[in-house]
Design a protein around this ligand. Structure first.
Ligand code: DSN
Length: 412
């Protein structure tokens, strides 16, 4: 029986979510539209199989298909990223990072990562997260003037705290990350370099962003952001760390691997290995730059002055005297979905920060290009000007829906 027959309530919610994803402009930098092939694999019978262990070393019988699926995913991942070894089992990016820490260091060892308020991630040592509670976590910021990574400051901090891990990578940093510079610093303080490329892994896979793999001991990522696969995490590492990483994922942290999601990762890695994906990644960046130009020309202040990747951060307090919470609510009413985001050195609370974060990965998947970006910037500006005018916001929402009709959801 189909879902609409067995559970009309859940079926209707999924249909409603599909309409929402179709009719709105999705600007959340960590979201994308996975292909039908990826979703077919995600919903396959592989969800029924227990496969604790790794290919050729499982605890249960009946693994002739799952072993092949996981080997395909691992081989495609290592080829796509030029890595020695891939663990494709992590349930999420946070679990991938937890496994990475467990494999490389002991509890109470020192880590140095980008502070959450400056664009870093919870799992890079923030106090409310396991990474800030289990380890002696220290942070670097961005330069207060340029809002860019300041390698003199990072080097100084690294020498001061003498970390076992230098963590680089970000969730809200709009500029390219020069991984070789981090590698120099990690080497100077005899630390592991770990790059968390969750946001930019699609750009890295396509070769349009600096490649962390040659410089890092371990690279962690999610698979569902710019990489456009199913939800989940992955760890790439040097050969000599492979068995420690694998042991940390299973049996230390996880049980049975999500074989349906691993199959979907294999599908996504193949999709990302095609010339069309490189064009897609180039267009993500072109769209982000066009969006940045359109906002600059309307006198919005952009954190770090613009964008080199898939995202931009707008300082809305400086630009329109409006907090990010209100702005993201107004924009949602107009069919433009994004998130409120702290800006570096934000004087406001994380629940109502000074900025919003916009990303171009999902809209680019729909086929939107520069003209659509200029239109989106114009709508955002109009909506913020009309923050308390429900009629105007409804009118923008209708225009947004019209534009979305021209860009059907992606079919491979
Ligand atoms: N929640 C993701 C993001 O939006 O950046 C990171 O975990």
């Amino acid at each position: 029986m189909t879902l609409d027959e067995t559970d009309p309530e859940v079926h209707e919610l999924i249909q409603s979510e599909e309409r929402r994803q179709r009719d709105q402009v999705r600007l959340i930098a960590s979201e994308n539209y996975a292909s039908e092939a990826v979703r077919e694999a995600t919903g396959s019978v592989l969800t029924n199989k227990y496969s604790e262990g790794y290919p050729g070393k499982r605890y249960y019988r009946g693994q002739e298909n799952t072993d092949s699926v996981e080997n395909l995913a691992r081989d495609r991942a290592t080829e796509l990223f030029g890595a020695d070894h891939a663990n494709v089992q992590p349930y999420s990016g946070a679990i991938a990072n937890l496994a990475m820490y467990h494999a490389l260091i002991d509890v109470d060892d020192t880590i140095l990562g980008m502070g959450l308020p400056y664009g870093g991630h919870l799992t890079h040592g923030w106090g409310v997260n396991f990474s800030g509670q289990l380890y002696d976590a220290h942070h670097y910021a961005v330069d207060e003037e340029t809002e860019r990574l300041d390698f003199d400051d990072i080097r100084e901090k690294a020498k001061e705290v003498d970390p076992e891990i230098v963590m680089c990578g970000a969730s809200a940093y709009p500029r390219e990350i020069p991984f070789a510079k981090f590698a120099e610093i990690a080497e100077e303080v005899d630390a592991h370099l770990v790059a968390d490329i969750a946001h930019i892994s699609g750009l890295v896979a396509a070769g349009v962003h600096d490649d962390p793999v040659p410089h890092s001991d371990v690279v962690t990522t999610t698979t569902h952001k710019t990489l456009r696969g199913p939800r989940g995490g992955m760890i790439l590492c040097r050969d000599e760390l492979a068995s420690d990483i694998d042991r940390a994922v299973f049996p230390t942290l996880q049980g049975g691997p999500p074989m349906h999601a691993i199959a979907a990762r294999a599908v996504a890695f193949r999709e990302a290995d095609r010339p069309a994906f490189r064009e897609y990644a180039e267009q993500i960046v072109a769209n982000s730059r066009t969006l940045a130009d359109a906002f600059r020309s309307r006198d919005y202040r952009l954190v770090a002055g613009g964008s080199d990747n898939h995202l931009l951060l707008i300082d809305l307090m400086a630009s329109r005297d409006m907090g990010g919470k209100k702005a993201s609510g107004v924009l949602e009413q107009a069919g433009l979905v994004c998130n409120a985001n702290a800006i570096p050195y934000d004087p406001r609370s994380p629940m109502d920060p000074s900025g919003i974060r916009l990303g171009t990965a999902a809209v680019t998947t729909r086929g939107m290009e520069e003209d659509a970006m200029r239109q989106i910037a114009a709508w955002i500006d109009r909506a913020l000007d009309a923050a308390d005018d429900d009629d105007e916001l409804d009118s923008i929402r209708r225009e947004v829906r019209e534009l979305c009709r021209d860009y059907p959801l992606w079919t491979p």
